[in-house]
Design a protein. Structure first.
Lengths: 199, 268
């Protein structure tokens, strides 16, 4: 039942590079647009994951090999590190590694449900580890000056259940994005060179 | 037997090429000529740039708790952008920062939402300026060279290099697709508001088709230029010099000044 670990060819690596460029572009584009609407700041991660999910799915349809999500996790981790958020590297690397391990145990990316499960696992783990320092900011003295500016009832809201609810909504957003990705594949990419590779 | 290397092809090639030593040292002369025309920040080792800026940004994020300290760091980033020839970016951000921080000077008791908004805008400015500096200061060939020196695996080097090289190309392609959809009246503010999912579907599917075609063209192009070559020879050697030490020292001292010096009381 274990998947096969196939070597990533030059073609696979180039495709991964191009799709990762598209993912980074959509990630920053969506984040910049959402930053203009403060009311949507809380829903930023679910919306971003909804937008990125179809591209994830297509990337794994094109490169259905173990290691694709790890490479993506490392690249997006390097981007987060380059802009100053070091937990992003740990989040991307761990999320990708664990998602690839799970997919390997379940049979590989060529199975559609396994691919969807792998993406959902990656997204959830990455979000959980990415925002971990923020859940703990009440306990870190560095943030004391920032915290004095905020009303106390807002700070009290950052509890474990808030974090859990945030992860659940991120998971739901990503799942809806994957359903849209499935629809895109069937409607636009069916019987093209891009999708026929899996037949 | 030694053959004369073709320097034009080697300079244009994105992939590593074998460097041959000739008796007349034409390789070294060409290297010196090219180096002397480069921007001073591009003469630094790429590892210096890739490590110093994220570290500086993280320190400021974690330790800066005053608006003036943020502005001093932003001034540093704007200066470096100006040295790299990206003055327009600095001017746009200066206008945005002035517009968002003026209410803080005018109002006697600004609300915490306004203060938070200005904090976020300052942080976004720092993030985007740092990203611009990294993209402008480190070329793809140098980054491949550095990653090979750091003994990173080929499976990480190729996607990373292609990813950062093709982000500007994909931005350009996205603009073309958006304009084409606008002509066909499939992409407008009304369409986005009335049919957001359909508009998103059309845009993303077209964009992904174009991404896939770009990827295939790139694969054929790089295959013919020897991307499968697994050697470690490079046309230009990179390494740490006194310039890297000076730059790191200057940045560290400036950060100490930004984060630790006593600043005058500011109204904002």
């Amino acid at each position: 039942m274990y998947g096969k670990i196939q070597k990533l060819t030059t073609y696979d690596l180039i495709m991964l590079g191009i799709f990762n460029a598209a993912l980074i572009l959509f990630f920053f584009g969506t984040a910049m647009i959402l930053h203009l609407f403060p009311i949507l700041w809380g829903a930023m991660d679910p919306i971003i994951n909804f937008v990125l999910a179809p591209i994830f799915l297509l990337m794994l349809v094109r490169v259905p090999k173990i290691g694709a999500l790890t490479i993506h996790g490392l690249i997006i981790g390097m981007v987060h590190t380059a802009i100053g958020w070091w937990p992003g590297f740990i989040a991307g690397a761990l999320g990708g590694l664990l998602a690839d391990t799970l997919v390997y145990l379940l049979g590989g990316y060529k199975r559609k449900l396994v691919a969807i499960g792998g993406i959902l696992t990656f997204v959830t783990l990455k979000t959980a580890i990415f925002y971990a320092p923020l859940y703990l900011f009440k306990y870190i003295p560095w943030f004391n000056d920032v915290l004095t500016m905020w009303p106390k009832e807002y700070i009290a809201k950052y509890t474990f259940y808030y974090a859990l609810g945030f992860l659940v909504f991120t998971w739901i957003g990503s799942f809806m994005g994957l359903m849209m990705g499935q629809r895109l594949l069937k409607k636009f990419f069916n019987n093209t060179r891009l999708y026929s590779a899996t037949r | 037997m030694t053959s004369t290397p073709n320097y034009e092809q080697a300079a244009d090639c994105m992939t590593p090429c074998k460097r041959e030593r000739t008796n007349d040292n034409r390789v070294d002369t060409l290297y010196d000529q090219k180096n002397s025309k480069m921007n001073p920040f591009q003469r630094l080792d790429p590892r210096t740039v890739l490590l110093v800026f994220p570290c500086a940004l993280t320190c400021v994020f974690l330790l800066s708790n005053a608006v003036l300290r943020d502005f001093y760091f932003i001034l540093y980033l704007f200066t470096i952008l100006a040295c790299l020839g990206r003055v327009t970016h600095s001017i746009v951000w200066t206008v945005i920062l002035a517009a968002t921080h003026t209410p803080l000077l005018v109002l006697n008791t600004p609300s915490y939402e306004l203060v938070s908004l200005t904090l976020i805008i300052r942080k976004i400015c720092m993030i985007l300026c740092t990203g611009q500096i990294l993209l402008a200061a480190v070329s793809v060939g140098d980054s491949i060279n550095v990653m090979k020196k750091m003994k990173m695996h080929r499976a990480l080097i190729i996607p990373t290099a292609i990813c950062f090289r093709f982000i500007p190309t994909l931005i350009f392609e996205a603009g073309i697709i958006r304009d084409a959809l606008k002509i066909r009246r499939l992409y407008s503010t009304k369409a986005i508001l009335m049919h957001p999912f359909s508009t998103f579907e059309i845009f993303v599917s077209t964009f992904l088709f174009r991404t896939f075609v770009l990827g295939e063209e790139l694969f054929f192009s790089l295959s013919t230029r020897g991307l499968n070559f697994k050697g470690n020879h490079f046309y230009q050697e990179v390494g740490f010099t006194y310039r890297d030490a000076l730059f790191v020292l200057f940045t560290a001292l400036y950060l100490v000044f930004v984060l630790c010096s006593p600043l005058p009381e500011a109204k904002i």
